[in-house]
Design a protein around this ligand. Sequence first.
Ligand code: ADE
Length: 225
Amino acid sequence: MRIDIITVLPELMKSPFEASILRRAIDKGLVEVHFHNLRDYATNNYKTVDDYQFGGGAGMVMMIEPIDKCISALQAERTYDEVIYMTPDGTTLNQGIANTLSLQENMIILCGHYKGVDQRVRDKFVTREISIGDYVLSGGELGAAVLCDAVIRLIPGVLNDETSALTDSFQDNLLAPPVYTRPANYKGLEVPEVLLSGNFARIEAWREEQALKRTQERRPDLLEE
Ligand code: ADE
C-alpha cells in the first residue's frame, strides 16, 4: 500500500510513523507513506495556501489551486483508489471503514485546516470524507494519523500472532473481553479461575460471554447494527 498525505504541517504527522507497529510495517516494505507539504504547491511568493471566504465571515479557506496542483501531480504518476479528506463533517471512522481501506493499493489523504477546503476540491477530487469523531481538531493531521494507524495494522503481514487484529474489539461488532497476565494472584486480586483451567473450550466460551456482557453494558448500539 502507498499513502500520500497532503498537509501544511508535515512535522506534526511524522512521529507516529517513526515508532512502533507503523514503523515496522514501513521497514518491512508493506506500506509506503509520503508527505507532501502543500506550501510547496503555492502559487505566490508568500507560499499562501488559504484565503478569505467569499460572502464574508470569520476564518480562512484553503484554496483549490495548490491542492489541485498537488493531487494532479500525484495522479499523473499512478492511479489512486481513494482521495480521502479529513473533516469533522465526514463519515465517522469505524472498524468497517478501516477494514475496507486496508485492502486498497494507493490512497491520498488530504488534511484540512482553518475553515476547511474550498468546496470545489471536495466536489472534484475527494472520493471519501472521514471524521475521527464528533469533536473539532485544529487540523486534519491527527485524524489522518489515527486513520493510518487503524488501516495499516490491518494490512496482512503487519501484525504477528501476538498482536493479531482478529481478536480486537469491533472486529465482530463486539468489544474485546477482559485480559489478564501474571501473577495469577496480585495482593489478593485474583485472575478468573477459568483462564487458569487449561480447558480451551471453556476459556473460549467464557471470553465470548464476557465480550457480549461488556458490549451490552458499554455499547448496546453495536448489537443493534
Ligand atoms: N479535522 C478537524 N476535526 C476533525 C475530525 N474530528 N476528524 C477528522 N478531521 C478533522
